[in-house]
Design a protein around this ligand. Structure first.
Ligand SMILES: [Ca+2]
Length: 102
């Protein structure tokens, strides 16, 4: 799980700055939502998600902040209907996150 987050983070961090700008974050989420339709729910709320998880308010997402954001998305996915809920009965939340993101 940690490795996956590291992977997705470093892929998203195009300029290797160690943090994700809003554009880098947005590109990543849109790309993932093309593969995982469940994420489309979040695409129009990316700005809100980003702002709320930018804990130190420096305008970029550090890895830890990105990690927290994914946890928030994960928690919300478990409240989504049928497919997501079936998945949640079959595995841990982390496994669900992997199913939706990777
Ligand atoms: Ca930050």
């Amino acid at each position: 799980m940690i490795t996956k987050i590291e992977d997705i983070f470093s892929q998203a961090d195009v300029n290797n700055s160690g943090a994700l700008s809003f554009n880098e974050f947005k590109e990543t989420m849109i790309k993932e939502s093309n593969r995982y339709k469940q994420l489309e729910t979040f695409v129009d709320k990316l700005d809100d998600l980003f702002q709320r998880n930018d804990s130190n308010k420096d305008g970029v997402l550090q890895k830890e902040e990105f990690n927290n954001l994914l946890k928030e998305v994960d928690a919300k996915l478990t409240s989504l209907p049928p497919t997501a809920q079936r998945a949640s009965q079959q595995g841990t939340k982390n496994q669900i996150l992997i199913q939706f993101f990777f």
